[in-house]
Every structure is written in structure tokens, then in C-alpha cells.
Design a protein around this ligand. Structure first.
Ligand SMILES: C[S@@+](CC[C@H](N)C(=O)[O-])C[C@H]1O[C@@H](n2cnc3c(N)ncnc32)[C@H](O)[C@@H]1O
Length: 411
């Protein structure tokens, strides 16, 4: 799907994964850490896709892509239905914040950079300071009270809240279906991704300064509605409805999910694992999408304004990563499927080039030499300051039966 660009280089890696899958017998592809499912999308629809991720955003996206009964939302109809309701919320929030809205509007067009920088801080302080009052008077003001002046401008935050308001009401009165509501929320995430003032992902917003204020203001001038509409028009499911009806989406910790699946009710042919490989938690990158979908008014803490109680992956904890790999590989071994793991040679699991094949050998009949893809440029998942580092990406493969062509020929 064109709507969510991959935040790293996993897209080209996905083509290699897809080629490797062609050497396997028919059967579902279980993407244990699906994220935006570049891998699943590249394998589909030649096999059934099973997805899993701990993040609600990923579950929502993969359910839309792989489980929807309809191919796409009635974009024009949904847009009209949402807009019919959203004005009420938008006008009320604009009115309640009139002075700040006017000031933001003025300073987007003119003014000194000192005033423009100061305004961003004022937007944060004043909307946050009025959080209780605004939340008492408005059912949909989450983004206004949490992210105005940081990731978004005030008007942009009001627009996002109003898109969500219109979407929720259109569903409530039965104008749009629950699938269309889901597509509308995903389009909202896409719009947030396009307008937000951050460094490519949401780990932190850019604090306005003299050197970046022009860049920040350029982001602030974008209209959330325009990107929402554009994205809604692009949204569509993968494959046809019949194919989608046999896919599955799980939501939980990858190892728990793998250990909990009843293999008597169907087995995948391939289990694919693309776990996080640094101690940076993915929930830091997905927190705005997570909040946009859950819309649950979380406490938003620290410099990044992260959600309270966000998921913490054992694959991103030095003390737990080895045990998590062991449990995952052992559970995959019991499934009868092949196991394919993407992991860089310098990931959090020490000596992964040796260790992963050793672990695989305990649970699989055949362990192939890792496929090493050098110098992939990592833009996500790197620890602070390492985000532009080149990494050596490796694909590990273990099977219970011989492949139809040798692994090395696939390079
Ligand atoms: C490297 S990304 C995978 C990207 C994916 N291959 C794609 O195409 O988008 C890791 C993903 O694993 C998820 N994740 C991290 N730890 C997890 C865990 N223990 N269980 C389930 N999902 C997890 C993160 O939310 C993130 O979406």
C-alpha cells in the first residue's frame, strides 16, 4: 500500500524474503513482527498472510490490508459523511482557542523568528494548562490538549481531533461501516505522519529554534484535512475478498502468540521474524499512531510526549533478548514451519551471526548459512546518534525439509 512509506530499508529486503518464500511449499506466511508489513505485502497474495504485532496501530493496519471484506472505502462518500459532522467540533475548538488560533495564523505568515518560536511554547503551555477545562467541554480534543505546539500546530491538532470526531459520529449513526471507520483512522495516521514536525519518525518533535524555525513553520502550514482526503483515496486492501477471508491477524507479544497458537487448527509454512534489533523501543516511534487509533486520552510524558504504559519489547532489552530468541526459535521449531529471521550482525543480541544458527540447530533439521546483505542504510531502530549508520542485514533460515533450490543461489 502506498499510504505508509517504510521507515527503513526493509522494503528491498522484503523482495528477498518473497523470493525465499517461493522456494517453500504452499501454506501461510506468519509475519510475527509485522509493523507495516512490508514483508507480508510482498509475499501476498501468493500465500495466506498471518500477521502479529504488539502495537494496536500495526494490528489496525494489517486487519485493514489483509482481512477487509470490501476492497476499499467509498472515499468520496466517507469524506462527505465525516465532514458533515466534523464542523461542529472544529468550530467549537477554534472558538474556545480563538486568540491562540489567530496568533498562530498571523505568525505563520509574518513576524520575527523570536515571536514564532515563543508562540510554539505558548501553544504547548496554554493548551496543556487548559486540558481539564477543554476536555470537560469537548468530547474530541485529545490532540489539541496534548500535541499543539509540539508535533502539530494548534489548527492542525484541532483538525485531527475534528476528523476523528466526524469519523466516530458517522460510524455511530450508521452512515459508514466499521471497515470504513478503520480506513478513515488509518488515513488520519497517514495525515499525522505527513504534517508532524519530527525527524522522520515520532521519537521526538523538533524543538523550534532559530536554525529550524522555517522548517517547523513549513510543516505547520500543511492542512491535515488535505492529506487525510488524499490518503483516504489511496487506501485499499490487498488481494481479493475470498483470499482475505482466510488470513489471520494476532495482536500480542510475538513469543507468547507463537507459543499460544493451536497448530491443530492450521499451520503456517513459514514463520518470519523481523524483531527490533536495538534497545530503542518501537513504541516510541508508533506512539502518535497508537494514540490516534486508541483515542484514549493517555498521560503524555517526557520530551517525546510518549504514552504512559506503552509496550516494552523483550527483544529491545539486553538482559532478555537472548532468552526471547531461544523461546521464539523453539516455538517455531514445534510448528513444523520454516523459520526466517531478519537481524543485523550488530544487533542487540551479541554474536548473532553465530548464535542464531546455533539456536536454530537445536530445533530444526536443516540450518542454512546466513544470507548477508551488506551496507544497508538504517534510518530506524538505531540508538541515538547511530541512526544513519550502515548495517549488515542478515537473513537466517532454518527448515524441517530441504528447499527446492540451495540458499546460496538466491543471493
Ligand atoms: C523491525 S519492526 C518490523 C517491521 C516489519 N517487518 C515491516 O515490514 O514493517 C519490529 C516490529 O515489531 C514490533 N514488536 C517489537 N517487539 C515485539 C514483540 N515482543 N512482540 C510483537 N511485536 C513486537 C514493533 O511494534 C515493530 O512493529
Amino acid at each position: 500500500m502506498a499510504s505508509f512509506t517504510y521507515m527503513g530499508t526493509k522494503k528491498s529486503l522484503a523482495r528477498t524474503i518473497s523470493a525465499l518464500c517461493e522456494e517453500h511449499e504452499p501454506g501461510p506466511f506468519l509475519d510475527l513482527f509485522s509493523g507495516i508489513s512490508a514483508a507480508g505485502a510482498s509475499v501476498a497474495p501468493s500465500r495466506q498472510i498471518w500477521c502479529n504485532d504488539a502495537q494496536v496501530f500495526s494490528r489496525t493496519l494489517t486487519e485493514a490490508l489483509f482481512l477487509s471484506s470490501d476492497d476499499r472505502p467509498r472515499a468520496e462518500f466517507v469524506a462527505k459523511a465525516v465532514q458533515r459532522f466534523s464542523d461542529k467540533n472544529q468550530n467549537a475548538l477554534m472558538k474556545a482557542n480563538k486568540n491562540l488560533v489567530d496568533e498562530e495564523h498571523r505568525l505563520l505568515g509574518e513576524g520575527t523568528f523570536e515571536d514564532q518560536i515563543l508562540l510554539q511554547a505558548r501553544l504547548r503551555d496554554e493548551t496543556h494548562g487548559r486540558q481539564v477545562e477543554l476536555e470537560r467541554g469537548h468530547s474530541h480534543c485529545l490532540f489539541t490538549t496534548r500535541y499543539a505546539g509540539s508535533y502539530l500546530g494548534l489548527v492542525q491538532a484541532i483538525q485531527i481531533d475534528s476528523i476523528r470526531y466526524g469519523t466516530d459520529l458517522a460510524l455511530e449513526v450508521g452512515l459508514i461501516s466499521s471497515e470504513e471507520h478503520r480506513w478513515a483512522m488509518l488515513a488520519m495516521c497517514r495525515s499525522i505522519a505527513r504534517i508532524s514536525n519530527s525527524t522522520g519518525h515520532f521519537a521526538q518533535y523538533l524543538t523550534p529554534s532559530r536554525s529550524n524555525i522555517d522548517r517547523v513553520l513549513a510543516k505547520r502550514r500543511h492542512c491535515a484535512w488535505a492529506y487525510w482526503l488524499e490518503s483516504l483515496n489511496e487506501m485499499h486492501a490487498i488481494g481479493d475478498a475470498k483470499w482475505r477471508s482466510a488470513n489471520r491477524v494476532f495482536h500480542g507479544d510475538a513469543v507468547d502468540v507463537l507459543e499460544g497458537i493451536n497448530w491443530d487448527q492450521g499451520r503456517p509454512a513459514i514463520v518470519y521474524a523481523d524483531p527490533p534489533y536495538t534497545n530503542d523501543q518501537y513504541s516510541r516511534y508508533y506512539h502518535l499512531f497508537e494514540t490516534a487509533i486508541l483515542y484514549d486520552y493517555p498521560a503524555a510524558n517526557g520530551k517525546g510526549l510518549y504514552r504512559e504504559g506503552r509496550f516494552r519489547s523483550s527483544f529491545s532489552l539486553s538482559r532478555d533478548v537472548e532468552r526471547s530468541f531461544e523461546r521464539m526459535i523453539s516455538a517455531a521449531g514445534r510448528s513444523g514451519a520454516s523459520l526466517m529471521v531478519s537481524y543485523p550482525s550488530n544487533g542487540l543480541l551479541p554474536h548473532s551471526l553465530q548464535k542464531i544458527p546455533e539456536m536454530m540447530a537445536e530445533h530444526f533439521k536443516i540450518v542454512l548459512d546466513p544470507l548477508i546483505i551488506p551496507h544497508r542504510h538504517s534510518t530506524l531502530g538505531g540508538s541515538k546518534g547511530r541512526e544513519k549508520e550502515d548495517v549488515e542485514e542478515c537473513i537466517f533460515l532454518a527448515t524441517q525439509k530441504p528447499l527446492s533450490i540451495p540458499f546460496r543461489q538466491l543471493e
